[in-house]
Design a protein around this ligand. Structure first.
Ligand code: SAM
Length: 327
């Protein structure tokens, strides 16, 4: 009974409307449906950021394994809808790992790339998301990364680099010759986080998979087997969308992407066909809106320099500076 009311009702928090079916006046839409059916309802050019991790066709509890050709055909149908709804300044982030058949590895990003390219999207980064733990392979090297393909619809896209800068390893490095000799060479707002996302994952990874009682050891863990760390999505939300823009996750699971979007003042749409995940997702969003959802705070990763390195000290000029990541 409680489950039904969570799934079926629209909710209002302050001036935010959370709807259980698509309606263009909602701030948050979380629908239990097939993703293609849902995506067909969205207007052309309306979504600023699409971010998701699709099923990998590896036989998880929420998917039926089919041939890789059938899998990619189904994905293409969705991708065409997603490109239609993506705004001209918009971005699409597709996070995938490997599909494995008879011990042979098929890196899914390689298979997805031509589908997106044929649909007219342009690749901006292939981000490597590295993690330190996972299954130990015995007949190949253990897999320790997945990838996130970031595409844009046009060349005129939103990229808020300053909102996602991180501290550099050697903030006190100075030009050693030329007319800038002696001046600090880095950026006081921090450095570009690059296309290798490592530390972002570290806490989540060790909390989630390295400690036996995972549920009580990571603040974000739910019953979903493959959820995004909210922090991973937050970096994309901040860099690739602005306040009030729409962020859409077409395989929303337990709404990690929606949580990241709402945390930063964006509108959030999500769809998942599994009622249990939608129910957990809705609860997470309710807790977020009530201010009681725990997420790992978005980290400016803390690099611990060796005491002896003067280059690693934070320059006094930057300690005072408004907007500096070192303050
Ligand atoms: C890899 S999980 C995504 C997890 C999500 N990133 C999170 O943080 O919770 C993929 C999700 O897609 C959902 N799914 C699979 N096929 C679907 C379909 N055709 N329509 C809607 N949802 C689907 C599954 O139920 C699953 O929750």
């Amino acid at each position: 009974m409680e489950f039904i009311s969570i799934i079926m009702s629209n909710l209002i928090y302050g001036n935010l409307l959370m709807a259980n079916k698509f309606t263009s006046d909602a701030d948050i839409v979380l629908e239990c449906n097939d993703t293609v059916n849902f995506s067909k309802k969205l207007p052309n050019d309306s979504v600023q950021l699409i971010i998701t991790s699709p099923p990998y066709n590896i036989g998880k509890s929420y998917e039926t394994r089919v041939s890789i050709i059938d899998y990619l055909d189904t994905q293409s149908e969705l991708i065409n809808e997603l490109v239609r709804v993506l705004s001209p300044k918009g971005s699409l982030c597709w996070q995938v790992g490997n599909y494995i058949e008879k011990s042979e590895v098929f890196p899914l990003d390689i298979y997805f790339y031509p589908i997106f390219k044929d649909a007219g999207l342009k690749l901006r980064n292939r981000i490597v998301w590295h993690f330190g733990h996972g299954l130990h392979a015995s007949k190949r090297f253990s897999g320790r990364y997945e990838t996130l393909l970031w595409f844009t619809k046009t060349d005129d896209y939103i990229f808020n680099l300053d909102d996602v800068r991180i501290p550099s390893k050697y903030p006190n490095k100075r030009h050693f010759k030329g007319n800038k000799k002696g001046e600090l060479s880095g950026n006081p707002l921090g450095k570009n986080p690059s296309d290798f996302w490592d530390q972002l994952h570290e806490d989540f990874d060790s909390g989630l998979w390295n400690i036996p009682n995972v549920k009580s050891n990571h603040v974000e863990k739910t019953d979903h087997p493959c959820q995004f760390p909210v922090e991973l999505v937050e970096r994309c939300v901040l860099a690739l969308s602005n306040k009030d823009d729409i962020v859409f996750d077409p395989y929303a699971g337990v709404a990690s992407s929606l949580v990241a979007a709402v945390k930063h003042g964006r509108k959030a749409y999500g769809v998942d066909r599994d009622k249990n995940y939608v129910s957990i997702a809705r609860e997470r969003l309710q807790h977020l809106l009530e201010g009681t959802l725990e997420t790992r705070p978005i980290g400016k990763p803390v690099y611990k320099p060796t005491e002896s390195s003067s280059l690693a000290q934070i320059p006094f000029e930057w300690l005072q500076l408004e907007g500096s990541v070192y303050k």
